[in-house]
Design a binder for this molecule. Structure first.
Ligand SMILES: C[S@@+](CC[C@H](N)C(=O)[O-])C[C@H]1O[C@@H](n2cnc3c(N)ncnc32)[C@H](O)[C@@H]1O
Length: 347
């Protein structure tokens, strides 16, 4: 697809559905502007993507508002924007995804050693340090707090469906086609007990570094101010007790991190909005590694990915499901989730 088509598609799908009229306008502007497309075409293909251009432009100081103003600003600012695009990558870290993870993580027989592949700055490694406000379809609101009291990070999330049944930690042998479900209501009684945490990323970010934090903020879409507030609060929580973040490729690095986890804990490997970076062959390799770790170490793999990313997972969805993201446990769908963690529907 040529660059203009990529931006037109982004405008009509991601930006419009994701609630960003600004990015919809900017993307349509780029799509209809051969000069800007020609500038983008001087970059390697993975560096031409709309999220990277728009975040880099905002980091450098693009004016808020419509494309016309940004276009005139870009005429002079392109060298700076280009430099940022060449050196940075889209690494949006969305702590709200913890709200969609918690009901399933709380059902794992703990204590838990949490390993995240594609962790970015590690904000999703702290599901036990945030507070949650779950709202069921009938309007019942349930608040969950860490054991030591309310967190400054409060994650609101719509929730529906039953709580996943508590399963033994080492599920060996064939994975059941469908996990059994409990009937106690969707909100878990308490947060998971995370006794160890570590992340792996090609380029780990450090929330204590103002430059990394500024980049994480620029990656949040302009209309999503509430997400920036949450990001800043989560960054403070994480900065107070920074995670172990290892630079490396998830294909080669995950087994070492699992081996480093305490033997008495159930290791949960979490992959969230990361596997779409992989080719089909790499995906098959990673899935094979997770299956091996499940059989040999009792590792639980929780994947939270766009519904097209893991076709074998999508194929196991109940008929009529209309997912954006699918949360799966060891390849079995357990919930449908909002990509930014605003809602979870347990299956
Ligand atoms: C979109 S971010 C998601 C971050 C986090 N999981 C979340 O849900 O908020 C994807 C992250 O995966 C990392 N990544 C991409 N491919 C990777 C690979 N092969 N190995 C390790 N990390 C990778 C990127 O650097 C980026 O930080």
């Amino acid at each position: 697809m040529d660059t203009a088509a990529v931006y037109a598609q982004f405008a009509g799908s991601q930006a419009r559905n994701g609630g960003s009229p600004t990015y919809e306008d900017w993307a349509l502007g780029v799509a209809g502007d051969p000069e800007v497309c020609a500038l983008l075409d001087t970059l390697p293909e993975p560096k031409r993507q709309p999220n990277l251009l728009f975040a880099a432009a905002r980091l450098v100081g693009a004016p808020a508002g419509g494309w016309a103003g940004v276009r005139s600003w870009l005429a002079a600012a392109w060298p700076d924007v280009e430099r940022e695009m060449r050196t940075r990558a889209t690494q949006t870290n969305e702590p709200r995804r913890c709200a969609t993870l918690v009901p399933t993580l709380a059902a794992v027989d703990g204590p838990v050693a949490l390993v995240e592949v594609g962790a970015s700055a590690g904000l999703c490694l702290y599901p036990d340090r945030y507070s949650y406000l779950y709202t069921t379809p009938d309007g019942v609101r349930t608040r969950l707090d860490p054991d030591d009291g309310p967190s400054e990070v409060l994650l609101p999330c719509d929730i529906a469906g039953p709580v996943p049944a508590r399963l033994p930690s080492a599920v060996t042998g064939p994975v059941p086609a469908r996990l059994p479900s409990a009937v106690t209501g969707p909100v878990p009684a308490r947060l998971p007990e995370v006794v160890w945490r570590a992340g792996l990323d090609l380029n780990p970010l450090d929330v204590r570094n103002p430059d990394d934090l500024a980049w994480l903020e620029a990656l949040v879409w302009p209309e999503h101010g509430d997400r920036v507030e949450t990001l800043r609060a989560a960054a403070r929580v994480v900065a107070a007790d920074p995670p172990r973040l290892v630079r490396g490729d998830l294909l080669t690095g995950v087994a070492d991190l699992v081996a480093a986890a305490p033997a008495e804990a159930t290791v949960v490997v979490q992959s969230s909005a990361v596997l779409y970076y992989l080719t089909a062959a790499e995906l098959a390799e990673f899935t094979g590694t997770m299956e091996h770790l499940r059989r040999t170490r009792g590792v639980v793999w929780l994947s939270n990915e766009g519904w097209t990313v893991l076709p074998d997972v999508a194929a196991r969805l109940p008929a009529g499901a209309d997912p954006q993201f699918i949360l799966a446990r060891d390849g079995v769908p357990v919930a449908l989730t909002d990509p930014h963690g605003r809602s979870v529907r347990l299956l």
